[in-house]
Design a protein around this ligand. Structure first.
Ligand code: COA
Length: 183
């Protein structure tokens, strides 16, 4: 089984998920606040969903479609979240979508910002992409703040339009490869 390269930051180690993380993933995800911020997370987070998601992440990594990193604390290995890139190569566009979640207990400690910066660097270093973008629901400004702090710039406001699969008012940010400065 191939795995993503480990990424080290001051406080964090980012690594591939394994099935041994499933219990912790379920524990971190099983909050209404978590599910309400994206279309992709269900609440309640059913038994078996974490195993299924980790398996899916592994398959997507193998076929080059995505890389998801388990965000862990370097101090003791505790799993606190996920940051991932979804590669969307539709020539002439070569870009990736950034996504993330951090367990509620660990919010507002700068962990998502620290992890997402490392994942941007990984994306631009290891993949042939020109830009990385991210979307957040207008009512979730903490996510928008992370995008600002990692150097992304505002692109557009996308009003709710279920026909285009925008189920809430959404805001998009982006960073181009030549704008990214590794710190
Ligand atoms: C969004 C999320 C990943 C942020 O993780 P985090 O580790 O707390 O992020 P950071 O600590 O790096 O940064 C959070 C920033 O948002 C700010 N913030 C928090 N709540 C806020 C609010 N209601 N309005 C505006 N800013 C807010 C914090 O003050 C901080 O900014 P600062 O450093 O300038 O003070 C986390 O809240 C989360 O997992 N939420 C649920 C899932 C989710 O929303 N995923 C993203 C979907 S697009």
């Amino acid at each position: 089984m191939r795995t993503a390269p480990p990424l080290y930051t001051d406080r964090l180690l980012l690594r591939s998920f394994t099935l041994e993380d499933a219990v912790d993933v379920q524990h971190l995800m099983d909050y209404p606040d978590m599910a309400s911020t994206t279309d992709e997370i269900e609440y309640p987070y059913e038994d078996g969903a974490a195993e299924e998601w980790i398996q899916w992440c592994q398959e997507c990594f193998e076929d080059g479609g995505r890389t998801n990193f388990a965000v862990t604390l370097r101090a003791d290995g505790t799993l606190i979240g996920n940051v991932g890139l979804n590669f969307r190569i539709h020539l002439p566009y070569k870009h990736a979508e950034l996504g993330y979640w951090i367990g509620k207990t660990y919010w507002n400690c700068g962990y998502c910002t620290e992890a997402a910066k490392a994942v941007l660097a990984y994306g631009f270093r290891e993949h042939d992409i020109d830009s990385i973008y991210a979307n957040y629901f207008k009512r979730n400004p903490a996510s928008g703040r992370v995008m600002q702090k990692i150097g992304m710039h505002y692109v557009e406001y996308i009003p709710k339009d279920p026909k285009r699969h925008y189920f809430e008012d959404t805001i998009r940010y982006e960073i181009l490869k030549n704008e990214f400065i590794e710190t």
